[in-house]
Write a protein that binds this ligand. Structure first.
Ligand code: PPS
Length: 332
């Protein structure tokens, strides 16, 4: 097995970085990858990473890969809709999590906190074309993606909006009590699920011109959604009329999307609240939360903005990546 798991020893991390009822964390390492890469995760990965890594990939699979909170759900629905030639009926009876399952979702939450059907098993047993979401960094994705070469759409979002969005998710879905400052510190120290953030993006950025890889950003989706829809349709080998593109852009617009029960994960939050004895109505949080680009400015203190920027510059310099990537990390 090329993936090894190391237990995180740092006491503060064990005490404070808890997520989804998990209090033990590991560092995954792919010792056969050509670069030094790791991935922070819950201990639940220890028993399952081998099955994720050996997951059988099919040529007609479509993968949507991202660092958490980068606009995954938004992009998944765009991809699924394009692939179906627009179908607003099926989502009414089948949630996105079933149409487009998250491969390793069952390793994010402790079962006592959130129990749901095994996404890996659903995908494995599916007889029709599969749409697969994953937050795994490139070195930890099912190894057959590199030989079978299914279509992969990678979505990235600027560092600061991603981190702020993750903070709210950690707090409300993960039931983590850290303050914003503490959380951002964990984020910059790569102690959040699927971290480190920069290498996650950099690895796909460097593969963005491969024939089976399509690299998009949340910022571009916010700026000009019809154009991203058109380019993604081309990549998927589908053709949509101008009218279909505009109808889809409207369906995906924040106001409509946040009310769409097929994607807004209300069921998950109700289950979480039941487990935690919390009143969902009193929780001031929606999964489709703010949906803006640049909204970090409303919440991130100036000194942390500066720290984040310096951190990004350091990480990109270390990775020796072309400067154009700064439009992804800093763009709004
Ligand atoms: S997850 O849990 O990792 O799958 O989350 P992910 O879907 O990647 O990211 C959630 C953020 O994406 C925003 N979002 C949208 N923004 C604009 N338009 C649409 N349609 C849309 N759908 C989701 C969502 O609000 C989260 O960002 P924040 O900044 O928290 O609002």
């Amino acid at each position: 097995m090329s993936i090894v798991c190391e237990k995180i020893q740092d006491k503060e991390v064990q005490e404070k970085a808890n997520f989804g009822g998990c209090y033990e964390f590991i560092l995954l390492k792919n010792i056969k990858w050509n670069k030094d890469r790791s991935c922070f995760h819950t201990h639940l990965f220890r028993d399952r990473i081998e099955s994720y890594y050996n997951f059988e990939v099919r040529p007609d699979d479509v993968f949507l890969v991202s660092f958490p909170k980068s606009g995954t759900t938004f992009s998944q629905e765009m991809v699924w809709q394009i692939s179906q030639g627009i179908d607003f009926e099926t989502p009414k009876v089948q949630p996105q999590e079933i149409r487009f399952p998250h491969l390793e979702m069952n390793s994010m939450f402790a079962k006592e906190m959130l129990d749901f059907p095994d996404r890996y098993a659903i995908l494995n047993e599916r007889k029709t074309q599969r749409f697969i979401k994953s937050h795994l960094p490139a070195p930890f994705l099912p190894k057959q993606v590199w030989s079978v070469k299914p279509k992969i759409i990678y979505v990235a979002r600027n560092a600061k909006d991603t981190a702020i969005s993750y903070y709210h998710f950690y707090k409300h879905a993960g039931q983590n009590q850290a303050s914003l400052r503490e959380f951002l510190d964990f984020f910059m120290n790569d102690n959040v699920l699927y971290g480190p953030y920069h290498n996650h993006v950099i690895d796909f950025w460097q593969m963005r011109n491969e024939e089976n890889i399509h690299f998009i950003t949340f910022q571009d989706m916010k700026r000009d959604l019809p154009s991203v829809i058109e380019k993604t349709a081309k990549f998927l080998g589908k053709s949509l009329s101008k009218e279909q593109i505009l109808t889809l852009a409207d369906y995906l617009s924040f106001d409509t999307f946040s009310k769409n029960t097929s994607v807004n994960r209300e069921d998950m939050f109700l289950q979480l609240c039941n487990t935690m004895n919390l009143d969902r109505e009193k929780q001031d949080y929606n999964f489709i939360r703010k949906g803006k680009s640049g909204s970090f400015r409303e919440e991130m203190p100036e000194d942390l903005i500066e720290k984040f920027n310096e951190w990004t510059l350091r990480e990109t310099e270390k990775a020796n990546v072309d400067p154009e990537i700064q439009s992804v990390f800093f763009g709004v």
